[in-house]
Design a protein around this ligand. Structure first.
Ligand code: NAD
Length: 447
């Protein structure tokens, strides 16, 4: 497999394989190769000390064949155009896989939000909306939170947009606070959506929750909510981590207790260690040991759930992974090289574009509520989320059984095919021989 280095190159590797598998014509391939629009701006911020600072900002609109562009805005020192491009493309595949009427986009500001005061953060967020206002609207491009952005930021952004455009626009942006147009169930949607898939997968594999040991990397929105759901459903959560490191117990960890530790000490390991000095007796008493994040991924377990960062399972550690199943709640945790190595080892992996699509699915519910003025109950949100996630999982699994593809390959085939069908329906692709992906016969072009 070719060496891939940047996030967009990694996306392209999988895309090329998918397009070969579907035998797309040159004309059909073209709209997938690059985003439809890349918007770049420099945002200027007056700092609290009176000085002025500028920050590169992006909005990448990959494809809107199936509906308005949709995707979060990330604040991070390393957020750059290539990363935002890759995330925008993955969003388009994801919305197609779960069959919601959106395209794919992503935004980013290259900044360290932890170094900004709340006033500065608000001004920067409002500046983002002023810079990109012509490209955003409930019918054109609908942003949402991503890494280091939250409901407060979404509220400031909606407010800024409504002020500038003198409109009422609750459907402009999703992930808003409940008091200002948010949806019930959005806060736990990503973990819940993944949990529905995991339960279905475990049933189909003929396994029992009681017999399964789970390790989760990341104890934030996605990881912590998943840990609670799994613990309550009878799974044994044996390993958990955050950015400071992890803990492991063969007997199982109680996520409620761990959450209290984290709250009290600022980290999962803080109850046992201060820096590198650890209380061995206390660890022995609780039957836990601390592990690094690298060690955590290599623990013997049945299910490994990366729920923190991208690029954590690579060709370097894939050979040492001992999980039987990997379920990707994080975006892009596994490199294509690691994917191939894991497949050889017989590890089954459920990919990000399916596994973590619960977040964007409930964002779609929020957008729908914003447009209609309705307020859905938590129960209705949960039932609809379950229906959509299970439909998507079954469609991907059908492709797996039919073509012998991995779940990631099958999800990409499904997503690309649905996008292509929309592009044909809209007359964007003129090739008369095109589409008929199903009637072209199958070709094993994935490695
Ligand atoms: P978050 O900021 O709430 O939590 C991230 C967690 O990862 C924190 O516990 C943090 O301590 C931990 N972490 C950071 N660096 C780490 C490291 N080096 N090793 C181990 N852990 C580390 O973020 P989140 O919303 O839970 O998102 C996590 C992942 O899930 C991201 O890849 C994100 O793109 C993806 N995701 C989230 C959502 C959502 O709705 N929250 C939706 C789709 C995808």
């Amino acid at each position: 497999m070719a060496h891939t280095s940047t996030p967009y190159e990694r996306f392209k590797t999988l895309l090329e394989e998918t397009m070969n598998h579907l035998k797309l014509t040159l004309e059909e391939r073209k709209p997938f190769l690059e985003p439809q629009h890349i918007h770049r701006k420099e945002l200027t911020l007056t700092r609290d000390d009176g000085s002025s600072a500028t920050f590169p900002a992006f909005r990448v609109q990959y494809n809107n064949a199936r509906g308005p562009y949709k995707g979060g805005i990330r604040y991070h020192p390393l957020a750059d155009e290539d990363e935002v491009k890759a995330l925008a493309a993955l969003m388009a595949i994801k919305t197609a896989v779960v069959g919601i009427p959106f395209g794919g986009a992503k935004g980013g500001i290259q900044c360290d939000p932890k170094a900004l005061s709340k006033r500065e953060l608000q001004d920067l967020s409002r500046a983002y909306v002023r810079a990109f206002k012509d490209h955003l609207s409930p019918d054109i491009d609908v942003p949402a939170p991503d890494v280091n952005t939250n409901p407060d930021i979404m509220a400031w952004m909606r407010d800024e947009y409504e002020k500038i455009t003198r409109t009422y626009a609750p459907a402009l942006i999703t992930g808003k606070p409940l008091s200002y147009g948010g949806s019930l169930g959005r806060d736990t949607a990503t973990a819940r959506g993944g949990f529905f898939i995991l339960q279905e997968f475990v049933n189909l594999e003929g396994k029992d929750a009681d017999d399964l040991r789970v390790v989760i990397q990341g104890f934030g929105n996605a990881g912590a909510n998943m840990a609670h759901l799994l613990h309550n459903a009878g799974y044994t959560v044996i390993g958990l981590s955050d950015s400071h490191g992890g803990i492991y117990s063969e007997e199982g960890l109680d996520p409620v207790r761990i959450e209290k530790y984290k709250h009290r000490t600022g980290s999962i390991t803080g109850e046992y260690c201060e820096g590198s000095v650890c209380d061995i007796d206390k660890m022995k008493m609780d039957n836990v040991r601390t592990v690094t994040n690298e060690e955590l991924l290599e623990l013997p377990c049945d299910i490994l759930i990366p729920a923190a960062l991208d690029n954590v399972i690579t060709e370097k550690n894939a050979g040492r992974i001992r999980a039987k199943y990997i379920l990707e709640l994080a975006n892009g945790p596994t490199t294509p090289e690691a994917d191939a190595a894991l497949r050889k080892k017989g590890v089954t992996l459920i990919p990000d574009v399916l596994m973590n699509a619960g977040g964007v699915t409930v964002s779609y519910f929020e957008w729908t509520q914003g447009r209609s003025g309705e307020q859905w109950t938590a129960e209705y949100v949960d039932n609809e989320l379950k229906r959509i996630m299970l439909d998507a999982f079954r469609a991907v699994r059908k492709e797996v059984s039919r073509s012998g593809l991995t779940y990631r390959q099958a999800a990409f085939v499904l997503g690309v095919r649905r996008m292509l069908e929309a592009m044909h329906a809209r007359g964007w692709i003129s090739d008369a021989t095109a589409i008929a992906a199903g009637s072209r016969g199958r070709r094993r072009s994935f490695r």
